[in-house]
Design a protein around this ligand. Structure first.
Ligand SMILES: NC(=O)c1ccc[n+]([C@@H]2O[C@H](COP(=O)([O-])OP(=O)(O)OC[C@H]3O[C@@H](n4cnc5c(N)ncnc54)[C@H](O)[C@@H]3O)[C@@H](O)[C@H]2O)c1
Length: 313
């Protein structure tokens, strides 16, 4: 039975990933400091008994080398990160997990003989792109606008260093805007969660800016599938993972309104720091390199997300 370590394992994407790996018969070690993650997210993973182990620990802690030395995972997924919006308010705190945490993890991984690290990066590493859909080749010369995105760029370079000098293989998946069940409606719900919660309460959703800005939305199950495929493919590559469809924030709110049965225009709010005007990823390379493509239509994924939020309210 192979062993996989997931940092950020009690978070939104991480907890779904743990369940997928457990269902595949892997032994899963989840690490999370519960800064935004929740124990409730790993309830299903815990039902796997001894196949699943959880450590409530900071990725920067010295204990990471003990954990990796004890379990000797074959593969590490690094998903631990502070929410990107908060990175703008506190860049030092953000760098703690994204830079110091990654280096601590990579040192421990190299010492424990880990074969590969898969990093979840974000589409904001491209900054404000000029050509769409955004290709991986556009990373050269890109100017990330937020500390969170700067940290992800730096992480990519550190991964290259550890691949070359310590023999740890890597794949970086550049994730678009991920939505789906379990994205914490009370904590960092993201656009889909916050708009849905307001509409379900009969209130107009608040959009940052004029709502004409576009995003690439990708359902969490599709992201987890890409992460699973990257376990033994996409060596040394940076690959976009998105829905590949450009959707304006206003159009998204309209779709959610149709699903929820809410009529009312979004309320304009102040623009978000570091916000980009357009975003849609070119996902062709992920198809070629790891055999991935998204299969969830936005309407279906939104309906599933709304249903899960309804259950929690
Ligand atoms: N959700 C998205 O739309 C999106 C988009 C692009 C990229 N990503 C990336 O995917 C990854 C997962 O995102 P998510 O949406 O599941 O976020 P999340 O906040 O739900 O999960 C991140 C987890 O990391 C944990 N964490 C933070 N700092 C830590 C530290 N120092 N030590 C240990 N654990 C720590 C948090 O408690 C949380 O459980 C992140 O790296 C994020 O940057 C997410």
């Amino acid at each position: 039975m192979s062993t996989v370590l997931v940092t950020g394992g009690a978070g939104f994407v991480g907890s779904h990933l743990c369940e997928r790996l457990l269902a595949e018969g892997k032994r899963v070690i989840a690490v999370d400091d519960l800064s935004t993650g929740r124990v409730a997210n790993i309830a299903e993973a815990r039902a796997y008994g001894a196949q699943f182990t959880f450590y409530s620990v900071d990725v920067c802690a010295e204990g990471m080398s003990t954990i990796l030395g004890r379990h000797r995972p074959d593969l590490v997924y690094h998903l631990a990160a502070r929410p990107e919006a908060r990175s703008v308010l506190d860049p030092r705190q953000d760098a703690h997990a994204s830079v110091a945490g990654l280096l601590n993890l990579l040192e421990a991984a190299a010492a424990a003989g880990v074969g590969k690290v898969v990093l979840a990066s974000c589409a904001s590493v491209y900054g404000q792109a000029r050509k769409f859909p955004v290709r991986e080749t556009m990373l050269a010369g890109a100017r990330p606008k937020t500390p969170g995105a700067i940290g992800k760029r730096l992480a990519e370079e550190y991964l290259r260093f550890y691949e070359r000098f310590r023999g740890v293989d890597f794949t970086v998946l550049v994730l678009a805007t991920v939505y789906g069940p379990r994205r914490d409606p009370a904590g960092d719900p993201g656009l889909v969660g916050s708009a849905a919660v307001r509409m379900l309460a009969g209130e107009r959703p608040i959009v940052r800016g004029d709502g004409h800005q576009t995003r690439d939305f990708v359902f969490v199950d599709d992201v987890v599938h890409a992460l699973a495929l990257a376990a033994d493919r996409g060596s040394g590559r940076v690959l976009n993972v998105g829905g590949g469809v450009e959707t304006s924030v206003n159009a998204l709110c309209h779709m959610l309104g149709e699903i929820i049965g809410f009529r009312g225009e979004p309320l304009p709010g102040p623009p978000e720091a570091g916000d980009v005007r357009r975003m849609v990823l070119d996902i062709e390379q992920a198809g070629l390199e790891i055999g991935w493509r998204p299969w969830t239509h936005l309407e279906d994924g939104l309906a599933e997300t709304v249903a899960s939020i309804r259950e929690q309210l």
